[in-house]
Design a protein around this ligand. Structure first.
Ligand code: FAD
Length: 318
């Protein structure tokens, strides 16, 4: 089933979903299953699997020189999705990015997904690679997520890249896109970012998943602003609990989000690892309860491999 169908079927009940990362190369499906098995008690209708581009690393050779190599540290997104669907009989949502693919490769990747019966995709642009200071599209690839959404929407109408193809089978993709309650970091201002978000919806996206946030007002204001400019699709809040002190700096640095003063000052007063974790869990429970009460369609948890934390939070609100 499609994500938007799950939401419609829930008739206003808040659903629970999770995002998992592929294991580092060398890991196996047991890493994913060990993490997901306990979370299945919440009957998530869908599980997202992130996509990770190649990175450049430098390996020192015996001679002392460094060798520059390009590797994918977390491959396997599509295989993991297929395995999750097979084992748990739930829908899986692979993330697909523009970076690293030209449009032909994108089309082929989408055909693979369609043949596997994977009809939900989160369409993203991707970030700059670790050795570049801005996102550079692949030669002949998409520059923005909206271009990927357009390609998928065309395939849903049976329109592939080869204009000579006649009677091509339409795909059935349900298309998710990313939204930023605190603005995407590259956008010159909030309204411009929203204008481009609306472009993604107008191009055929069916729902939005938000970047993590720690102040629910940011989400509620974001939803209001989206509705005011005619974005009517479901807006799924993304939640990532903070459980370690260093994350007070690393999360804002990496994801360009603000942490509320009240939360930060409580965390700064806590002096043991356990106390910090408890405060982070409590904060996420408080956020989750309010979002649920105020009718969020789904609570989407970024698990980051920390099943115990997510179990605590979701049990507390179930
Ligand atoms: P876009 O929608 O293309 O927007 C990127 C920037 O360009 C924004 O500033 C926007 O305002 C601007 N813009 C958009 N359209 C136009 C236009 N037509 N003209 C000018 N400017 C424009 N990254 C991964 O690599 N793998 C993942 O699995 C992954 N999962 C994610 C899941 C979620 C829920 C979120 C929120 C992010 C995820 N990301 C992932 C990160 C994402 O790739 C980055 O945030 C990236 O920088 C932007 O992606 P986007 O799809 O929002 O881009």
């Amino acid at each position: 089933m499609k994500v938007n169908e799950h939401i419609a079927q829930a008739k206003g009940q808040t659903l629970i979903s999770f995002e998992v990362l592929p294991p580092l190369k060398g890991g196996g499906m047991k890493d994913i299953f060990n993490m997901l098995d306990p979370l299945m008690e919440f009957k998530p209708p869908f599980i997202d699997v992130t996509y990770h581009r190649e990175e450049i690393v430098f390996n020192q050779r015996e001679s002392g020189y460094y060798e520059k190599i390009s590797i994918k540290k977390r491959p396997g997104t599509v295989g993991i999705c297929a395995s999750i669907m097979h084992k748990y009989k739930v829908d899986a949502v692979p993330h697909l990015i523009c970076g690293g693919f030209n449009i032909q490769e994108t089309e082929d990747a989408l055909i693979d997904l369609a043949f596997l019966g994977i009809n939900n995709v989160l369409a993203l642009r991707g970030d700059a690679r670790n050795f570049e200071d801005k996102f550079i599209p692949e030669k002949g690839g998409h520059k923005y997520a909206v271009d990927l959404v357009r390609q998928m929407a065309n395939m849903n109408r049976g329109k592939y890249l080869d204009a000579n193809l006649v009677n091509a089978e339409p795909t059935e993709f349900c298309i998710g896109v990313a939204g930023y309650p605190e603005k995407h970091f590259e956008a010159p201002n909030f309204d411009t970012d929203l204008k481009y978000l609306k472009e993604k919806i107008d191009a055929g996206a069916d729902y939005i998943v938000t970047q993590m946030f720690y102040d629910n007002e940011k989400y509620f204001q974001f939803v209001d602003k989206c509705r005011a400019i005619g974005i009517e699709v479901p807006i799924i809040p993304g939640l990532k609990p903070i459980t370690k002190k260093y994350q007070l700096n690393s999360i804002p640095r990496k994801f360009f989000v603000n942490l509320p003063e009240e939360f930060v000052s409580e965390m700064e007063k806590a002096d043991t690892k356990e106390a910090i974790r408890e405060l982070g869990i409590e904060w996420c429970i408080k956020q989750s309860k309010e979002l649920k009460e105020r009718g969020a369609p789904v609570l989407h948890y970024y698990t980051m491999g920390d099943t115990d934390t997510i179990l605590r939070i979701v049990r507390a609100i179930s």
